[in-house]
Design a protein around this ligand. Sequence first.
Ligand code: SF4
Ligand code: SF4
Length: 446
Amino acid sequence: MQTSFTPQQLSDPHVAESEAILRKCVHCGFCTATCPTYVTLGNELDSPRGRIYLIKDMLENGRPADKEIVTHIDRCLSCLACMTTCPSGVHYMHLVDHARAHIEKTYRRPVLDRALRAMLAKILPYPARFRAALKLAALGRPFAPLMRRVPGLRPVSAMLALAPRAVPPTDNASGSIAPSGERRGRVALLTGCAQSVLDPGINAATARLLSRLGIEVVRNPAGEGCCGALVHHMGREDEALDAARRNVDAWTREIDKGGLDAIIITTSGCGTTVKDYGHMLRLDPDYAEKAARIAALARDVTEYLVTLDLPVPAIEPGVAVAYHSACSMQHGQKVTRQPRELLAKAGFIVREPREGHLCCGSAGTYNILQPEISAKLRDRKVKNIEATEAAIVATGNIGCMTQIGSATAIPIVHTVELLDWAFGGPRPQRLPETISIGPATMMAAE
Ligand code: SF4
Ligand code: SF4
């Protein structure tokens, strides 16, 4: 794509980067076929190519964002299916991140939208605040259908509908879990924000499994917090970079203390962001190098587990599991083989839902901010999952678990909970007693 930025515009490194991305696009339109919003809405401006044109026009003319561009960029899920499809290597993620930051700086949203976004940014990344909000949401739940009738309140209605009926007990444990048996490695486990409140059992299963495999697990090192993804996707760049710096500092101290083989992440949305820390902080001379080192250590839990010696479990009979690959897992991190291989190795029969490349509509805060499109994508996803007739759904992202779990009776768990169970851990709490895998073997590594 030809561009016409002035030398002065290109002296801004963010603009220079976006210009380089824009120049790679050859207008072929292959990306439209796999874009969930184009597939759902059928409007070119809700396709990657359409959004790329809108962003180019806004940046090239150096103008503030307007209602039209905000509408179409807000509808983008940042699912990154377009990046998987694009034959030209267009880095849409960095382009849309820049566009969102530009929108945040130059566009004044309607008051309700502003208030909602500010509330989400000030609550979701903080577990104590999020927990309190969920308890309040339980009181407001009966009013959700009423709010759905008022267009401006639909996001609030969606938020109430998504809130769980009961909030599990907090697990704020910190410090190291010593490995059982010979020590084979040392990792930090990102506690995260929303996941730690909605389902602390996921990180507990991860720590148990790793510990049984001989890995020391460092939890909650001082200063660690939300990865910054939630605010990053809302264009709140300063808050996202602050979160990244805090985590870089926390994990760097752990590296200095006892070394780290990896930073283990169990929410793929967070994994995509932590792996991008090197890029996010590239212009900060105090952090660029440290952030690149941290990003290089970030691993989805399944990426790390495939490097370890797993025992052969005796599971019978094979339980059918529909594996839902989160967008941030398959498109953001390109982690596709490992979760399926591990589930199969653990004795499960892995089934692939149709249209696996399409987003379930969760996408961070998307299911709150864009409830109509999100619900369409959720229903489409659930239909495809239910068609597999699997007994369990497994995925690696709490957002997808909440989204899909809100519309199906099939129990949905994190992949690592099934692996922990199959390799000697307890049954995941969300699974009914009727699903049995038979007696698991003891760990061969012990
Ligand atoms: S990130 Fe997803 S929703 Fe956004 S343009 Fe790309 S494919 Fe479409
Ligand atoms: S597939 Fe890539 S090159 Fe083709 S229009 Fe989409 S972003 Fe541009």
